[in-house]
Design a protein around this ligand. Structure first.
Ligand code: NAD
Length: 494
Protein backbone atom coordinates (compact mmCIF):
# COMPACT_ATOMS: atom_id res chain seq x y z
CA UNK A 1 0.00 0.00 0.00
CA UNK A 2 1.19 3.51 -0.85
CA UNK A 3 1.16 6.17 1.86
CA UNK A 4 -1.33 8.92 1.01
CA UNK A 5 -0.03 11.56 3.40
CA UNK A 6 3.31 13.37 3.44
CA UNK A 7 3.33 15.84 6.33
CA UNK A 8 6.18 17.42 8.26
CA UNK A 9 8.70 15.42 6.24
CA UNK A 10 7.13 12.07 7.13
CA UNK A 11 5.13 9.74 4.98
CA UNK A 12 2.15 7.91 6.51
CA UNK A 13 -1.09 6.16 5.63
CA UNK A 14 -4.27 8.19 5.31
CA UNK A 15 -6.84 7.74 8.05
CA UNK A 16 -9.94 7.47 5.84
CA UNK A 17 -11.70 4.13 5.54
CA UNK A 18 -11.97 4.75 1.77
CA UNK A 19 -9.36 2.93 -0.31
CA UNK A 20 -8.05 4.80 -3.35
CA UNK A 21 -6.57 3.19 -6.43
CA UNK A 22 -4.34 4.39 -9.23
CA UNK A 23 -5.43 2.53 -12.37
CA UNK A 24 -3.39 2.48 -15.57
CA UNK A 25 -6.02 3.57 -18.11
CA UNK A 26 -4.15 1.85 -20.95
CA UNK A 27 -5.03 -1.63 -19.69
CA UNK A 28 -6.96 -1.35 -16.41
CA UNK A 29 -4.14 -2.69 -14.23
CA UNK A 30 -3.87 -1.35 -10.68
CA UNK A 31 -0.67 0.63 -10.24
CA UNK A 32 -1.07 1.52 -6.55
CA UNK A 33 -3.64 1.51 -3.78
CA UNK A 34 -3.82 3.45 -0.55
CA UNK A 35 -5.99 4.45 2.39
CA UNK A 36 -7.17 7.95 1.47
CA UNK A 37 -6.39 11.06 3.49
CA UNK A 38 -9.28 12.34 5.61
CA UNK A 39 -9.98 15.69 7.29
CA UNK A 40 -7.79 14.68 10.29
CA UNK A 41 -4.83 14.21 7.94
CA UNK A 42 -5.45 17.65 6.46
CA UNK A 43 -5.26 19.04 10.03
CA UNK A 44 -1.90 17.31 10.53
CA UNK A 45 -0.50 18.59 7.24
CA UNK A 46 -1.72 22.16 7.80
CA UNK A 47 -0.23 22.12 11.31
CA UNK A 48 3.13 21.03 9.84
CA UNK A 49 2.95 23.80 7.23
CA UNK A 50 2.03 26.36 9.88
CA UNK A 51 5.00 25.31 12.05
CA UNK A 52 7.39 25.55 9.10
CA UNK A 53 6.17 28.99 7.99
CA UNK A 54 8.09 31.31 10.38
CA UNK A 55 11.47 29.76 9.53
CA UNK A 56 10.92 29.40 5.79
CA UNK A 57 9.35 32.81 5.22
CA UNK A 58 12.25 34.57 6.93
CA UNK A 59 15.03 32.46 5.39
CA UNK A 60 17.29 34.52 3.12
CA UNK A 61 16.12 34.09 -0.50
CA UNK A 62 19.45 32.49 -1.37
CA UNK A 63 18.62 29.56 0.94
CA UNK A 64 15.33 28.95 -0.86
CA UNK A 65 17.08 29.31 -4.22
CA UNK A 66 19.87 26.90 -3.30
CA UNK A 67 17.44 24.21 -2.18
CA UNK A 68 15.46 24.60 -5.42
CA UNK A 69 18.65 24.30 -7.47
CA UNK A 70 19.42 21.04 -5.63
CA UNK A 71 15.86 19.86 -6.34
CA UNK A 72 16.35 20.45 -10.08
CA UNK A 73 19.50 18.29 -9.97
CA UNK A 74 17.69 15.48 -8.12
CA UNK A 75 14.85 15.55 -10.65
CA UNK A 76 17.33 15.46 -13.56
CA UNK A 77 18.80 12.30 -12.05
CA UNK A 78 15.37 10.68 -11.72
CA UNK A 79 13.84 12.05 -14.94
CA UNK A 80 13.28 8.67 -16.59
CA UNK A 81 11.66 7.26 -13.44
CA UNK A 82 9.33 10.26 -13.08
CA UNK A 83 8.34 9.97 -16.76
CA UNK A 84 7.51 6.28 -16.44
CA UNK A 85 5.42 6.73 -13.27
CA UNK A 86 3.61 9.67 -14.91
CA UNK A 87 2.86 7.55 -17.96
CA UNK A 88 1.62 4.61 -15.89
CA UNK A 89 -0.72 6.69 -13.75
CA UNK A 90 -2.18 8.79 -16.60
CA UNK A 91 -1.77 6.70 -19.77
CA UNK A 92 0.02 9.56 -21.50
CA UNK A 93 2.55 8.49 -24.16
CA UNK A 94 6.09 8.19 -22.86
CA UNK A 95 7.28 10.62 -25.55
CA UNK A 96 5.04 13.26 -24.01
CA UNK A 97 6.00 12.60 -20.39
CA UNK A 98 9.73 12.36 -21.11
CA UNK A 99 9.97 15.25 -23.62
CA UNK A 100 7.37 17.67 -22.22
CA UNK A 101 6.04 16.98 -18.70
CA UNK A 102 9.29 16.11 -16.92
CA UNK A 103 11.75 18.51 -18.63
CA UNK A 104 9.15 21.29 -18.45
CA UNK A 105 8.79 20.66 -14.72
CA UNK A 106 12.56 20.70 -14.16
CA UNK A 107 12.82 23.96 -16.10
CA UNK A 108 10.13 25.40 -13.84
CA UNK A 109 12.18 24.47 -10.77
CA UNK A 110 15.27 26.17 -12.25
CA UNK A 111 13.26 29.26 -13.13
CA UNK A 112 11.86 29.64 -9.61
CA UNK A 113 15.30 29.04 -8.07
CA UNK A 114 16.39 32.25 -9.84
CA UNK A 115 13.08 34.04 -9.33
CA UNK A 116 13.24 33.49 -5.54
CA UNK A 117 16.13 35.99 -5.47
CA UNK A 118 14.42 38.57 -7.66
CA UNK A 119 11.17 39.59 -5.99
CA UNK A 120 10.45 43.10 -7.20
CA UNK A 121 8.51 46.12 -6.01
CA UNK A 122 8.18 49.80 -6.80
CA UNK A 123 11.33 51.85 -6.10
CA UNK A 124 11.44 53.54 -2.69
CA UNK A 125 10.67 57.27 -2.90
CA UNK A 126 9.49 60.32 -0.96
CA UNK A 127 6.17 60.76 -2.75
CA UNK A 128 4.93 63.62 -0.55
CA UNK A 129 8.36 64.89 0.48
CA UNK A 130 7.76 63.99 4.11
CA UNK A 131 7.83 60.19 4.13
CA UNK A 132 9.97 57.50 2.58
CA UNK A 133 7.81 54.72 1.15
CA UNK A 134 9.10 51.17 0.90
CA UNK A 135 7.32 48.20 -0.66
CA UNK A 136 7.71 44.81 0.98
CA UNK A 137 6.50 41.64 -0.69
CA UNK A 138 5.70 39.18 2.04
CA UNK A 139 4.68 35.54 2.02
CA UNK A 140 1.00 34.99 2.75
CA UNK A 141 1.17 31.94 5.02
CA UNK A 142 -0.05 28.39 4.51
CA UNK A 143 -1.30 27.85 0.96
CA UNK A 144 -3.87 25.10 0.33
CA UNK A 145 -3.52 23.90 -3.27
CA UNK A 146 -5.67 21.52 -5.27
CA UNK A 147 -4.53 20.03 -8.59
CA UNK A 148 -6.10 18.04 -11.45
CA UNK A 149 -5.10 14.73 -13.06
CA UNK A 150 -4.17 15.79 -16.60
CA UNK A 151 -0.56 16.90 -15.95
CA UNK A 152 -0.04 15.67 -12.36
CA UNK A 153 3.66 16.54 -12.03
CA UNK A 154 3.51 19.83 -13.91
CA UNK A 155 0.41 21.00 -12.08
CA UNK A 156 2.05 20.16 -8.73
CA UNK A 157 5.04 22.22 -9.82
CA UNK A 158 2.91 25.16 -10.91
CA UNK A 159 1.26 25.15 -7.46
CA UNK A 160 4.28 24.44 -5.25
CA UNK A 161 7.08 26.46 -6.86
CA UNK A 162 5.86 30.08 -6.82
CA UNK A 163 4.33 29.49 -3.39
CA UNK A 164 7.51 28.26 -1.71
CA UNK A 165 9.91 30.44 -3.72
CA UNK A 166 8.09 33.42 -2.21
CA UNK A 167 8.40 31.98 1.31
CA UNK A 168 4.97 30.37 1.82
CA UNK A 169 4.46 26.81 2.96
CA UNK A 170 1.99 24.54 1.22
CA UNK A 171 -0.39 21.62 1.57
CA UNK A 172 -1.10 20.16 -1.86
CA UNK A 173 -4.00 17.87 -2.65
CA UNK A 174 -3.33 16.23 -6.00
CA UNK A 175 -6.11 14.45 -7.89
CA UNK A 176 -6.71 11.21 -6.01
CA UNK A 177 -6.44 9.15 -9.21
CA UNK A 178 -2.93 10.43 -10.12
CA UNK A 179 -1.04 11.20 -6.88
CA UNK A 180 2.21 9.26 -7.39
CA UNK A 181 4.58 11.83 -8.90
CA UNK A 182 3.35 14.52 -6.46
CA UNK A 183 4.26 12.21 -3.54
CA UNK A 184 7.67 11.49 -5.10
CA UNK A 185 8.21 15.24 -5.52
CA UNK A 186 7.37 16.02 -1.88
CA UNK A 187 10.00 13.48 -0.73
CA UNK A 188 12.55 14.92 -3.15
CA UNK A 189 11.89 18.42 -1.79
CA UNK A 190 13.07 17.22 1.62
CA UNK A 191 16.03 15.40 0.04
CA UNK A 192 16.98 18.72 -1.62
CA UNK A 193 17.12 20.45 1.76
CA UNK A 194 13.74 22.19 1.73
CA UNK A 195 12.83 21.98 5.42
CA UNK A 196 10.25 19.40 6.53
CA UNK A 197 6.78 20.93 6.65
CA UNK A 198 7.33 23.40 3.81
CA UNK A 199 5.83 21.01 1.23
CA UNK A 200 3.09 18.63 2.39
CA UNK A 201 0.79 16.39 0.35
CA UNK A 202 -2.57 14.85 1.22
CA UNK A 203 -4.18 12.42 -1.20
CA UNK A 204 -7.90 12.25 -0.64
CA UNK A 205 -11.17 12.94 -2.39
CA UNK A 206 -12.30 16.43 -3.26
CA UNK A 207 -15.28 16.23 -0.97
CA UNK A 208 -13.38 14.94 2.05
CA UNK A 209 -9.78 16.20 1.88
CA UNK A 210 -10.31 19.01 -0.68
CA UNK A 211 -13.13 20.76 1.16
CA UNK A 212 -11.37 20.31 4.52
CA UNK A 213 -8.26 21.97 3.08
CA UNK A 214 -10.06 24.91 1.48
CA UNK A 215 -12.07 25.55 4.63
CA UNK A 216 -9.23 25.11 7.12
CA UNK A 217 -8.90 28.21 9.33
CA UNK A 218 -5.08 28.10 9.19
CA UNK A 219 -5.00 28.10 5.38
CA UNK A 220 -4.58 31.72 4.23
CA UNK A 221 -4.74 31.21 0.49
CA UNK A 222 -6.39 28.72 -1.82
CA UNK A 223 -4.90 27.92 -5.21
CA UNK A 224 -7.02 25.62 -7.37
CA UNK A 225 -6.56 24.14 -10.84
CA UNK A 226 -9.44 22.08 -12.16
CA UNK A 227 -12.89 22.33 -13.67
CA UNK A 228 -15.01 25.47 -13.59
CA UNK A 229 -17.87 23.94 -11.53
CA UNK A 230 -15.49 22.74 -8.79
CA UNK A 231 -13.65 26.10 -8.95
CA UNK A 232 -16.93 27.85 -8.15
CA UNK A 233 -17.42 25.58 -5.11
CA UNK A 234 -13.84 26.24 -3.94
CA UNK A 235 -14.38 29.99 -4.24
CA UNK A 236 -17.62 29.74 -2.27
CA UNK A 237 -15.89 27.80 0.55
CA UNK A 238 -12.95 30.24 0.62
CA UNK A 239 -15.31 33.19 0.98
CA UNK A 240 -16.15 32.32 4.59
CA UNK A 241 -12.53 32.88 5.62
CA UNK A 242 -11.97 35.81 3.19
CA UNK A 243 -9.05 33.85 1.76
CA UNK A 244 -6.90 34.83 -1.19
CA UNK A 245 -8.15 32.72 -4.14
CA UNK A 246 -6.35 31.77 -7.33
CA UNK A 247 -8.36 29.77 -9.89
CA UNK A 248 -7.08 28.08 -13.06
CA UNK A 249 -10.18 26.55 -14.59
CA UNK A 250 -11.48 25.01 -17.79
CA UNK A 251 -10.94 26.11 -21.37
CA UNK A 252 -12.40 25.77 -24.86
CA UNK A 253 -9.63 27.21 -27.00
CA UNK A 254 -10.53 28.58 -30.44
CA UNK A 255 -8.19 28.05 -33.41
CA UNK A 256 -8.88 30.73 -36.03
CA UNK A 257 -7.60 30.11 -39.57
CA UNK A 258 -7.73 33.11 -41.92
CA UNK A 259 -7.83 32.56 -45.69
CA UNK A 260 -4.19 33.59 -46.17
CA UNK A 261 -2.85 31.09 -43.60
CA UNK A 262 -0.14 28.56 -44.40
CA UNK A 263 -2.47 25.58 -44.75
CA UNK A 264 0.14 22.93 -43.98
CA UNK A 265 1.14 24.76 -40.79
CA UNK A 266 -2.49 25.21 -39.72
CA UNK A 267 -3.40 21.56 -40.35
CA UNK A 268 -0.36 20.21 -38.48
CA UNK A 269 -0.92 22.73 -35.69
CA UNK A 270 -4.56 21.72 -35.35
CA UNK A 271 -3.76 18.01 -35.18
CA UNK A 272 -0.97 18.39 -32.60
CA UNK A 273 -2.84 21.11 -30.69
CA UNK A 274 -6.07 19.12 -30.41
CA UNK A 275 -4.53 15.72 -29.63
CA UNK A 276 -1.81 16.64 -27.14
CA UNK A 277 -2.36 14.62 -23.97
CA UNK A 278 -5.34 12.98 -25.75
CA UNK A 279 -7.05 16.38 -25.76
CA UNK A 280 -7.00 16.50 -21.95
CA UNK A 281 -5.28 19.85 -21.93
CA UNK A 282 -7.02 23.01 -20.76
CA UNK A 283 -5.45 24.95 -23.68
CA UNK A 284 -5.99 22.28 -26.36
CA UNK A 285 -7.39 23.44 -29.69
CA UNK A 286 -11.07 22.48 -29.57
CA UNK A 287 -12.95 24.83 -31.93
CA UNK A 288 -11.37 25.49 -35.33
CA UNK A 289 -12.95 28.40 -37.22
CA UNK A 290 -11.75 28.35 -40.83
CA UNK A 291 -12.39 31.09 -43.38
CA UNK A 292 -14.52 29.71 -46.21
CA UNK A 293 -11.86 29.49 -48.99
CA UNK A 294 -9.67 27.15 -46.88
CA UNK A 295 -12.45 25.26 -45.11
CA UNK A 296 -12.69 22.10 -47.28
CA UNK A 297 -8.92 21.69 -47.61
CA UNK A 298 -8.46 22.17 -43.85
CA UNK A 299 -11.08 19.53 -42.98
CA UNK A 300 -9.59 17.07 -45.47
CA UNK A 301 -6.04 17.74 -44.22
CA UNK A 302 -6.92 17.21 -40.55
CA UNK A 303 -8.94 14.06 -41.32
CA UNK A 304 -6.01 12.67 -43.26
CA UNK A 305 -3.51 13.24 -40.44
CA UNK A 306 -5.96 12.02 -37.75
CA UNK A 307 -6.20 8.71 -39.64
CA UNK A 308 -2.43 8.20 -39.34
CA UNK A 309 -2.17 8.79 -35.58
CA UNK A 310 -1.01 5.62 -33.78
CA UNK A 311 -2.88 4.68 -30.62
CA UNK A 312 -1.28 2.03 -28.47
CA UNK A 313 0.75 1.13 -25.42
CA UNK A 314 1.79 4.47 -23.86
CA UNK A 315 5.11 2.99 -22.77
CA UNK A 316 6.07 2.32 -26.40
CA UNK A 317 7.99 5.33 -27.79
CA UNK A 318 6.25 4.77 -31.16
CA UNK A 319 2.81 5.53 -29.67
CA UNK A 320 1.35 8.92 -30.59
CA UNK A 321 -1.92 8.87 -28.66
CA UNK A 322 -2.69 7.26 -25.32
CA UNK A 323 -6.03 6.49 -23.68
CA UNK A 324 -8.18 8.96 -21.80
CA UNK A 325 -7.62 9.13 -18.06
CA UNK A 326 -10.37 6.61 -17.24
CA UNK A 327 -13.23 4.58 -18.64
CA UNK A 328 -15.54 7.22 -17.15
CA UNK A 329 -13.83 10.01 -19.09
CA UNK A 330 -13.99 7.93 -22.29
CA UNK A 331 -17.76 7.54 -21.78
CA UNK A 332 -18.08 11.29 -21.19
CA UNK A 333 -16.27 12.04 -24.47
CA UNK A 334 -18.39 9.48 -26.35
CA UNK A 335 -21.49 11.13 -24.85
CA UNK A 336 -20.58 14.51 -26.37
CA UNK A 337 -20.01 12.94 -29.80
CA UNK A 338 -23.19 10.82 -29.68
CA UNK A 339 -25.30 13.83 -28.70
CA UNK A 340 -23.73 15.82 -31.56
CA UNK A 341 -24.73 13.08 -34.02
CA UNK A 342 -28.24 13.35 -32.59
CA UNK A 343 -28.52 17.07 -33.37
CA UNK A 344 -27.20 16.75 -36.94
CA UNK A 345 -23.43 17.23 -36.68
CA UNK A 346 -21.36 15.06 -39.02
CA UNK A 347 -18.46 12.93 -37.77
CA UNK A 348 -15.80 13.11 -40.50
CA UNK A 349 -13.47 10.63 -38.82
CA UNK A 350 -13.32 8.81 -35.48
CA UNK A 351 -16.36 8.97 -33.21
CA UNK A 352 -15.76 5.60 -31.62
CA UNK A 353 -13.57 3.57 -29.30
CA UNK A 354 -11.10 1.33 -31.11
CA UNK A 355 -11.49 -2.43 -30.77
CA UNK A 356 -9.01 -5.30 -30.55
CA UNK A 357 -6.21 -5.08 -28.00
CA UNK A 358 -7.06 -1.45 -27.23
CA UNK A 359 -10.59 -2.32 -26.05
CA UNK A 360 -9.26 -3.08 -22.56
CA UNK A 361 -8.08 0.51 -22.20
CA UNK A 362 -9.94 3.86 -22.13
CA UNK A 363 -9.05 4.68 -25.75
CA UNK A 364 -11.10 6.89 -28.07
CA UNK A 365 -10.21 7.59 -31.70
CA UNK A 366 -9.25 11.09 -32.86
CA UNK A 367 -12.59 12.60 -33.82
CA UNK A 368 -13.29 15.38 -36.29
CA UNK A 369 -16.75 16.96 -36.17
CA UNK A 370 -18.33 19.37 -38.70
CA UNK A 371 -21.79 20.91 -39.23
CA UNK A 372 -22.33 21.59 -35.51
CA UNK A 373 -24.11 24.83 -34.57
CA UNK A 374 -22.15 27.50 -32.69
CA UNK A 375 -24.54 27.27 -29.74
CA UNK A 376 -24.42 23.45 -29.55
CA UNK A 377 -23.05 21.59 -26.55
CA UNK A 378 -20.04 20.21 -28.47
CA UNK A 379 -18.94 23.75 -29.42
CA UNK A 380 -19.67 25.46 -26.11
CA UNK A 381 -18.64 22.97 -23.41
CA UNK A 382 -15.30 21.52 -22.41
CA UNK A 383 -15.02 17.91 -23.65
CA UNK A 384 -11.44 17.12 -22.56
CA UNK A 385 -10.86 14.47 -25.21
CA UNK A 386 -9.39 13.98 -28.71
CA UNK A 387 -12.20 15.87 -30.45
CA UNK A 388 -11.93 18.86 -32.79
CA UNK A 389 -14.98 20.70 -34.13
CA UNK A 390 -14.53 22.74 -37.33
CA UNK A 391 -16.84 25.59 -38.35
CA UNK A 392 -16.59 27.96 -41.35
CA UNK A 393 -16.67 31.78 -41.27
CA UNK A 394 -16.78 34.50 -43.94
CA UNK A 395 -15.52 37.84 -42.62
CA UNK A 396 -12.67 38.52 -40.19
CA UNK A 397 -15.16 40.22 -37.84
CA UNK A 398 -17.25 37.07 -37.78
CA UNK A 399 -14.27 34.76 -37.14
CA UNK A 400 -13.09 36.82 -34.18
CA UNK A 401 -16.59 37.14 -32.76
CA UNK A 402 -17.06 33.35 -32.92
CA UNK A 403 -13.70 32.83 -31.20
CA UNK A 404 -14.88 34.98 -28.29
CA UNK A 405 -18.29 33.33 -28.07
CA UNK A 406 -17.95 30.99 -25.04
CA UNK A 407 -17.83 31.58 -21.28
CA UNK A 408 -14.15 30.54 -21.29
CA UNK A 409 -11.01 32.55 -22.08
CA UNK A 410 -7.89 30.54 -21.35
CA UNK A 411 -6.04 30.26 -24.67
CA UNK A 412 -6.51 30.75 -28.42
CA UNK A 413 -4.60 30.84 -31.67
CA UNK A 414 -4.81 32.74 -34.95
CA UNK A 415 -3.30 31.56 -38.23
CA UNK A 416 -2.40 34.09 -40.93
CA UNK A 417 0.53 35.33 -43.02
CA UNK A 418 -0.75 38.93 -42.80
CA UNK A 419 0.87 40.72 -39.87
CA UNK A 420 -2.05 43.14 -39.51
CA UNK A 421 -4.57 40.32 -39.20
CA UNK A 422 -2.31 38.65 -36.63
CA UNK A 423 -2.02 41.88 -34.66
CA UNK A 424 -5.76 42.41 -34.74
CA UNK A 425 -6.42 38.84 -33.57
CA UNK A 426 -3.97 38.97 -30.63
CA UNK A 427 -5.61 42.21 -29.49
CA UNK A 428 -9.26 41.24 -29.91
CA UNK A 429 -9.35 37.62 -28.75
CA UNK A 430 -10.20 37.62 -25.08
CA UNK A 431 -7.96 34.92 -23.58
CA UNK A 432 -5.00 34.66 -21.23
CA UNK A 433 -2.75 33.47 -24.06
CA UNK A 434 -3.03 34.07 -27.81
CA UNK A 435 -0.61 32.30 -30.11
CA UNK A 436 -0.10 33.47 -33.67
CA UNK A 437 0.82 30.66 -36.09
CA UNK A 438 1.27 28.12 -33.31
CA UNK A 439 -0.81 26.58 -30.51
CA UNK A 440 0.34 25.05 -27.17
CA UNK A 441 3.98 26.07 -26.45
CA UNK A 442 4.54 27.46 -22.96
CA UNK A 443 7.65 28.80 -21.22
CA UNK A 444 8.47 29.21 -17.53
CA UNK A 445 9.17 32.96 -18.00
CA UNK A 446 5.66 33.76 -19.27
CA UNK A 447 2.35 33.68 -17.35
CA UNK A 448 -0.47 31.17 -17.78
CA UNK A 449 -3.99 31.97 -16.66
CA UNK A 450 -7.49 32.72 -17.82
CA UNK A 451 -10.13 35.32 -18.57
CA UNK A 452 -13.83 34.85 -17.86
CA UNK A 453 -14.87 31.47 -16.45
CA UNK A 454 -11.37 30.10 -17.10
CA UNK A 455 -10.50 31.73 -13.78
CA UNK A 456 -8.10 34.40 -12.62
CA UNK A 457 -4.53 34.69 -11.40
CA UNK A 458 -1.34 33.56 -13.11
CA UNK A 459 0.80 30.45 -12.90
CA UNK A 460 4.52 30.46 -13.82
CA UNK A 461 6.63 33.60 -14.48
CA UNK A 462 7.27 36.55 -12.15
CA UNK A 463 3.54 37.39 -12.41
CA UNK A 464 2.74 34.35 -10.25
CA UNK A 465 4.31 36.19 -7.29
CA UNK A 466 1.42 38.65 -7.46
CA UNK A 467 -0.79 35.73 -6.33
CA UNK A 468 1.54 34.32 -3.69
CA UNK A 469 2.69 37.49 -1.91
CA UNK A 470 1.11 40.28 0.08
CA UNK A 471 2.26 43.77 -0.78
CA UNK A 472 3.00 45.85 2.27
CA UNK A 473 3.50 49.61 2.14
CA UNK A 474 5.93 50.85 4.80
CA UNK A 475 5.84 54.64 5.29
CA UNK A 476 8.61 56.29 7.35
CA UNK A 477 8.36 59.89 8.51
CA UNK A 478 11.55 61.74 7.58
CA UNK A 479 10.76 65.17 9.08
CA UNK A 480 11.07 64.37 12.77
CA UNK A 481 8.35 66.95 13.43
CA UNK A 482 6.01 66.31 16.36
CA UNK A 483 3.29 68.48 14.83
CA UNK A 484 2.67 67.52 11.20
CA UNK A 485 0.96 69.86 8.74
CA UNK A 486 -1.87 67.41 8.13
CA UNK A 487 -2.82 67.52 11.86
CA UNK A 488 -4.67 70.74 10.94
CA UNK A 489 -7.63 68.51 10.13
CA UNK A 490 -7.98 68.02 13.90
CA UNK A 491 -6.08 70.90 15.56
CA UNK A 492 -7.12 74.35 14.37
CA UNK A 493 -4.00 76.00 15.88
CA UNK A 494 -1.47 74.03 13.72
P1 NAD B 1 -11.89 18.58 -11.17
O1 NAD B 1 -12.39 19.95 -10.99
O2 NAD B 1 -12.86 17.47 -11.20
O3 NAD B 1 -10.88 18.20 -10.00
C1 NAD B 1 -9.74 19.00 -9.74
C2 NAD B 1 -9.31 18.75 -8.30
O4 NAD B 1 -10.33 19.24 -7.44
C3 NAD B 1 -9.08 17.30 -7.93
O5 NAD B 1 -7.96 17.20 -7.08
C4 NAD B 1 -10.35 16.95 -7.17
O6 NAD B 1 -10.18 15.92 -6.22
C5 NAD B 1 -10.64 18.26 -6.46
N1 NAD B 1 -12.02 18.47 -6.03
C6 NAD B 1 -13.15 17.93 -6.55
N2 NAD B 1 -14.24 18.36 -5.86
C7 NAD B 1 -13.79 19.20 -4.91
C8 NAD B 1 -14.42 19.97 -3.89
N3 NAD B 1 -15.74 19.95 -3.72
N4 NAD B 1 -13.67 20.72 -3.08
C9 NAD B 1 -12.32 20.76 -3.24
N5 NAD B 1 -11.66 20.05 -4.18
C10 NAD B 1 -12.38 19.28 -5.01
O7 NAD B 1 -10.98 18.62 -12.47
P2 NAD B 1 -10.22 17.41 -13.17
O8 NAD B 1 -11.26 16.59 -13.84
O9 NAD B 1 -9.28 16.76 -12.20
O10 NAD B 1 -9.30 18.18 -14.23
C11 NAD B 1 -9.76 18.60 -15.45
C12 NAD B 1 -10.13 20.07 -15.40
O11 NAD B 1 -9.00 20.86 -15.01
C13 NAD B 1 -10.53 20.63 -16.75
O12 NAD B 1 -11.66 21.45 -16.60
C14 NAD B 1 -9.32 21.45 -17.17
O13 NAD B 1 -9.58 22.47 -18.10
C15 NAD B 1 -8.86 21.98 -15.87
N6 NAD B 1 -7.46 22.41 -15.96
C16 NAD B 1 -7.20 23.75 -16.01
C17 NAD B 1 -5.88 24.20 -16.11
C18 NAD B 1 -5.58 25.68 -16.15
O14 NAD B 1 -4.41 26.03 -16.01
N7 NAD B 1 -6.56 26.56 -16.30
C19 NAD B 1 -4.84 23.29 -16.15
C20 NAD B 1 -5.14 21.92 -16.11
C21 NAD B 1 -6.46 21.50 -16.00
Amino acid sequence: MTNAVFAGGTSRAGSSTTVGEVVNPADGTIVASFAMAAAADVDTAVAAAKDAFPGWSTAPPVERATALTRLAAILEGRAAEYALVETRQTGKPIRLSSEFDVPGSIDNVSFFAGAARNLEGKASAEWDGAHTSIIRREAIGVVGSIAPWNYPLQMSMWKILPAIAAGNTIVLKPAEITPLTSLMLAEDCVAAGIPAGVVNVVVGTGLEAGEALVSHPDVSMVSFTGSTPVGKRVMELATAGVKRVHLELGGKAPFVVFDDADLEAAVHGAVAGSLINTGQDCTAATRAYVQRPLYDAFVAGVADLYAGVRMGNPEDPATDLGPLISARQAERVAGFVDRARGYGARIVTGGMAPGGELAKGAFYSPTLVVDAAQDSDIVQNEIFGPVLVVLPFDTDDEGLALANDTVYGLAASAWTTDIFRGLRAQREIRAGCVWVNDHIPIVSEMPHGGYGQSGFGKDMSMYSFDEYTNIKHVSLDITGEARKPWHRTIFTDH
